[in-house]
Design a protein around this ligand. Structure first.
Ligand SMILES: Cc1ncc(COP(=O)(O)O)c(C=O)c1O
Length: 366
């Protein structure tokens, strides 16, 4: 007992609370890799047409799940909609991770894999990428043990933007048949390569997609898991029946109808990414090749003050210094070309003001 209060499980007792750095984000938001413009106007119209009856009824995931599955050329049983990919990760941890099991992660990577694993009795095995942040394929293969029960790979990865190839992912799946391989394709639309077509052939593969990034629906919390029926059976046991709310389901139906919006936004971001990388080279800032809607940039010891200066100039960026191997690194979301011009100007001013020179020249040693 802690005083007069009942104690939680030991694991929970030891867990820190996780608070993403939100709070007063009324600025150019280049800190969470969201869509920086809007969602499809069809979504806004569909939400405006919500009726009291829609709100009164419990939500029914099934029909929209079937529609999402159809769009991915899958059967409806091969798809589960979730309250964001975060919930999907949580569900997989609940379904698969027991005492003595290992969750294998290439690091640095998306924070929530560790957070949800920390709530289970499994341990986390981390495989650190080299300074080039390339996917640590060989090291990851070597770290697979009979205890490996889950492997989570964000592809493209965050915060690095690096990618694993299809062959590498298939080799990992084959090397760990006792483990679920989660391939988290949150940034799929900016990369264009997927493993979703392989779920029939690869028994332990689960692919995740989010509607928070390219689709611009982060506030509605919508994610998706695709896998063989046999795997999703366990996920369906631990999921809550109404995890995706009615507004989100109605929005998703509308979003799936508007491919033109998605293509236009993704096209703009890809053009902006190319321009932004050119600007980073001009400024002499080291950065890493990214297949996603963000770029990881080396700012160096002044990273904190740099982020604060950017914020003061109305541009939010994300300090990733606390991530393993990321000291002095800042992740900057790519929005439109116009937004990135604003960001570049703010960066240039911050670098001058803080006297950050070219000592971190692109391509130099870290
Ligand atoms: C790799 C990765 N997966 C999942 C998520 C979260 O997705 P969602 O908003 O659907 O929970 C993020 C968000 O930043 C991410 O970077």
């Amino acid at each position: 007992m802690l005083g007069n209060w009942p104690e939680p499980r030991v694991r929970v007792l030891r867990m820190p609370e996780y608070h993403p750095p939100l709070g007063n984000r009324d600025a150019l938001r280049l800190d969470f890799n969201e869509n920086t413009v809007a969602c499809s106007s069809r979504v806004v119209e569909a939400l405006a047409a919500l009726t009291p009856a829609d709100l009164t009824r419990y939500p029914e995931r099934g029909p929209v799940e079937a529609l999402a599955a159809e769009r991915l050329s899958l059967s409806r049983e091969q798809v589960v909609l979730t309250n964001g990919v975060d919930e999907a990760i949580h569900l997989l941890c609940q379904a698969y991770l027991d005492r003595g099991d290992e969750l294998l992660l290439p690091t640095p990577t998306y924070t929530m894999y560790e957070i949800y694993a920390a709530g289970t009795d499994a341990s986390v095995v981390r495989v650190q990428a080299d300074a080039d942040f390339r996917f640590p394929f060989e090291k990851l293969l070597a770290a697979i043990t009979p205890r490996t029960r889950m492997i989570a790979i964000a592809n493209p990865n965050s915060p690095t933007g690096s990618v694993a190839t299809r062959d590498q992912l298939l080799a990992i799946a084959a090397a760990a048949p006792q483990a679920i391989l989660l391939v988290d394709e949150a940034y799929f639309h900016f990369h264009g390569e997927t493993l979703i077509d392989a779920i029939d052939k690869v028994p332990n593969l689960v692919v995740a997609r989010t509607f928070s990034k390219a689709y611009g629906l982060a506030g509605l919390r919508l994610g998706l898991l695709a896998s063989r029926v046999e795997n999703l059976r366990w996920v369906r046991r631990v999921i809550s029946p109404y995890c995706v709310n009615t507004a989100a389901l109605i929005a998703l139906r509308a979003a799936l109808e508007d491919n033109a919006y998605l293509e236009e936004y993704v096209g703009e971001v890809l053009a902006a990414r190319e321009e932004f990388v050119t600007q980073l080279n001009r400024l002499g800032l080291r950065h890493w090749p990214s297949a996603a809607n963000f770029v990881l940039v080396e700012i160096g010891p002044e990273h904190k003050r740099f982020c604060a200066r950017m914020k003061a100039a109305g541009v939010l960026v994300r300090d990733r210094s606390a991530d393993p191997g990321c000291d002095g690194l800042v992740r900057i979301t790519v929005g439109t070309r116009a937004q990135m011009s604003v960001s570049t100007a703010a960066m240039e001013a911050a670098l001058t003001e803080l006297n950050i020179g070219t000592q971190y020249t692109y391509g130099g040693e870290r």
